[in-house]
Design a protein around this ligand. Structure first.
Ligand code: FES
Length: 773
């Protein structure tokens, strides 16, 4: 590292410079990062997940959990530098900006607590789902008119004619900006992006500064107009009205800054996201055709586009104290570039993360909108626009194809989308020429979580085989033989068991060879007290039958860094354990399997286990007087040992008791497939308050609603997956109160500490909980 490139936060130690060659060579302003930032930093995510970039003077964070943790803690990792120029400007450019009275200050994206949340709360209402529903017709009309203008032309630049223009007009209407001055906004917005997140050369900086200065004055001029008549439906009119009620919260300088930043935030990101989505889909023709054939997939496909190829590649934070990220020490004042584009393709979080799969159930867990207190307020407006654009294009131009072209991007760290997207089609084949009714079809827009049933995959049962008393192995394949999303051991699929109008969804672990990308295999026990799921599967699993399947998902991942693995299975709990054993063997890990059952004929997959795992396998058949003594086989759980178990409740309870004396608190991993603990019976519940410390809100949770539901009703973003207390994705930190835990995620120690809770099912024993949200 040269003396010139040493900047604040540079981690030079007495031993020398720890920056690796690849880290030193990293630039976000080159072609590789601009074209695909997720791929450009894949090496870092695997080898050096938090590294120092001398080019930027920033720590670069690339893994999903680390990026999310930084977003989550907006006190330790302040957003105050989010709009700071990443490239320091020359004096002349600074003087130009000053000459325009440029005074960009705090906005919703770069302010700290305690100011941020009160402002967010005061200004939030127009972004809520009920308020957005009223914008749907406007967005549809604009998208329709845009396509009307070119539908007979046969070739167009979609960005210029639709995907930039419509989000811009929608954004202006949403903000309440008069449309007569829209003209120069594109130039202004690009200048703002280059000025804040780009690397303009000194000679460029003066031109950019003039455009940014003009943009600042333009924003002030628009704001003055709005002040004269703040009665309109726009967000800025709403903000001016709220200023009258809360002058100390919504100040004049604040309004001017959010006027300018809001114009960029409201349309650039959506325009780029739309262009990325159409490009991504047309490059994967079969996916585009899948959406044309199944428009109900579009809401989830939008989430998957945002995950795989989102428009916000990276964001910034600064450490307010000495801390660490992903085990790397970070000094107070150090700056962080947190790269959502790489995190969104982290295989530790997303199964088969590089694959684009519009049926991916966890697609909505992407970090493109950020996470936590600063999550993008306009996310649902963006989602609505993207869904409507894809509906309009797949309905009216299903034969659209990409023209061969070089894609250009504005070089910068954070916003990504092609400047042009040329597409062509044969107008003679436009469906509306042959059937004008296609123009009357209206597909619903989903604001919030896409429907899970819409993303089911119809799979064919290709093989059924009895592998033990009451246990069948079932092989499922795509009807057209296409490859399936890959999975890792511990993953399961959801199977919809359809009986008339009733749909029971049941989870089954994948237990076939993970390297077989053309089939999923499950083992299913016919439960004697079946609630309908296993009986349905046994009755319907005949070769040629169709099963509706979602996933795979994985809440039971194997720690491949463990020194030793102890795998414990009881009965049909062998299915995920078998997959873990196969993986442990293929990776050359030290493992042992303890498999208990009633009798050998009831124990599925014994032959395969014996032949594939030899003396790693220990079996216990109780009818033969050979019981699994957990205390004995787990007597020497040392640091570095991880225990994975799946089996009946009493076995799990016994393991939890033993785990209390193990040296590492998180060494026990248990797979659960159902939990009756979280079932809500309003007749026996009581209402209680949740106080949100970061938001300054107090919400009442009624007896018939979950904490998760109540939070979402008040626009507090929180992720969820299973909503049954099984997966841990809806976790919230608890600062005070006695939690009535009803999940199966937390172990005994965690429960007793009352420091976190699963909001989808757990409640309060008393009247009040304080959550760090
Ligand atoms: Fe899975 Fe709450 S959403 S535990």
């Amino acid at each position: 590292m040269t003396g010139e490139s040493v900047t604040q936060g540079c981690p030079v130690t007495p031993q020398g410079c720890p920056v690796s060659d690849r880290a030193a060579a990293f630039t976000p302003f080159g072609d590789e990062y601009q074209h695909d930032p997720g791929a450009a930093l894949a090496w870092a995510r695997e080898e050096e997940p938090v590294f120092y970039s001398p080019e930027l003077g920033y720590w670069v964070v690339t893994r999903y959990e680390d990026v999310k943790a930084v977003f989550r803690d907006n006190i330790t990792f302040s957003p105050s530098i989010a709009l700071e120029k990443i490239t320091p400007t020359i004096t002349e450019a600074d003087e130009v900006l000053r000459s325009y009275g440029y005074a960009m200050n705090r906005t919703l994206v770069n302010e700290d607590e305690p100011e941020h949340m009160p402002r967010r709360r005061v200004l939030m209402e127009p972004f809520t789902a009920p308020a957005l529903v009223e914008r749907e017709d406007m967005v549809r009309r604009m998208a329709r008119e845009a396509v009307d203008a070119f539908v007979d032309d046969g070739e167009v630049d979609l960005v210029t004619e639709m995907l930039y223009q419509v989000p811009l007009t929608v954004a202006m209407r949403f903000l309440g900006v008069p449309e007569e001055d829209i003209g120069p906004l594109k130039e202004y917005s690009v200048a703002h992006t280059v000025n804040t997140w780009g690397r303009p050369k000194p000679e460029e900086q003066v031109r950019v500064a003039h455009a940014v200065g003009n943009f600042w004055q333009y924003a002030g001029h628009v704001l003055d107009k709005i002040r004269q008549d703040p009665s309109g439906p726009g967000w800025m009119q709403y903000s001016v009205r709220r200023q009258a009620e809360h002058p100390d919260v919504v100040t004049d300088s604040y309004l001017h800054s959010i006027m300018m930043a809001g114009i960029v935030a409201a349309h650039e990101t959506t325009a780029h996201a739309a262009a990325n989505a159409v490009k991504l889909l047309l490059e994967r023709r079969e996916r585009w055709e899948e959406l044309c054939a199944h428009p109900a997939l579009i809401p989830n496909a939008v989430e998957e586009c945002l995950r795989h190829s989102g428009s916000v590649a990276a964001w910034r934070r600064v450490a307010t104290t000495d801390t660490e990220v992903g085990g790397v020490p970070i000094a107070e004042g150090a700056k962080l570039l947190i790269v959502q584009a790489t995190a969104n393709r982290d295989p530790r979080h997303f199964e088969d993360a590089e694959r684009f799969d519009p049926r991916r159930e966890s697609a909505g867990e992407h970090l493109t909108f950020g996470y936590g207190a600063h999550q993008c307020m306009g996310k649902n407006l963006a989602r609505m626009e993207l869904q409507i654009f894809l509906q309009e294009l797949t309905t009216r131009l299903p034969h659209l194809e990409l023209v061969e072209q070089d894609f250009q991007y504005v070089p910068n760290t954070s916003f990504r989308g092609p400047e042009h997207l040329r597409v062509r089609w044969d107008p003679a084949r436009n469906p509306e020429r042959h059937d004008p009714q296609v123009l009357n079809v209206r597909h619903p827009v989903t604001i919030g979580e896409p429907s899970k049933h819409a993303i089911s995959r119809a799979m064919t049962v290709t093989h059924v085989e009895r592998v033990a008393e009451r246990v069948v192995r079932i092989r499922l394949e795509e009807p057209d033989g296409k490859p399936l999303p890959a999975w890792t051991s511990g993953a399961h699929i959801d199977v919809d068991c359809v009986d008339g109008d009733e749909v029971l969804t049941r989870q089954f672990s994948l237990c076939g060879p993970a390297e077989d990308h053309h089939a999923y295999e499950i083992g299913v026990l016919l439960e004697t007290d079946s609630r309908g799921g296993s009986r349905w599967v046994h009755e319907n699993a005949v070769e040629g039958a169709t099963f509706h399947v979602r996933g795979p998902r994985n809440h039971f991942r194997l720690d491949a860094d463990a020194e030793r693995l102890v795998l414990v299975a009881g009965g049909i709990g062998i299915t995920p354990v078998l997959a873990h054993a196969d993986r442990a063997k293929s990776m050359g890990l030290d493992y042992e399997i303890h498999y208990a059952g009633r009798a050998a004929e009831h124990m599925a997959f014994l032959d395969r286990l014996r032949s594939d795992h030899g003396d790693r396998l220990h079996t216990y058949a109780s009818a033969e007087g050979h019981r699994l003594d957990l205390a004995r086989v787990l007597a020497d759980v040392r640091a570095g040992t991880q225990v994975y178990a799946c089996g009946p409740d009493r076995m799990v309870q016994a393991l939890e008791e033993l785990a209390e004396s193990w040296p590492e608190p998180g060494a026990l991993h248990v797979e659960h497939f159902s939990s009756a603990l979280g079932a809500l019976d309003p007749s026996i519940e009581h209402a209680f308050d949740v106080v949100l410390s970061d938001s300054g809100l107090t919400l009442r949770v009624p007896p018939d609603k979950t904490v998760l539901h109540t939070l979402r009703e008040h626009n507090i973003d929180i992720q969820s997956d299973c909503e049954e207390g099984l997966c841990g994705s809806c976790e919230a930190p608890v600062l005070a109160g006695d939690v009535d835990h009803r999940d199966v995620v937390l172990g005994r120690g965690d429960r007793a500490a009352h420091s976190r809770m699963m909001t989808c099912c757990s409640r309060a024993h008393g009247d009040r909980l304080v959550l760090q949200l």
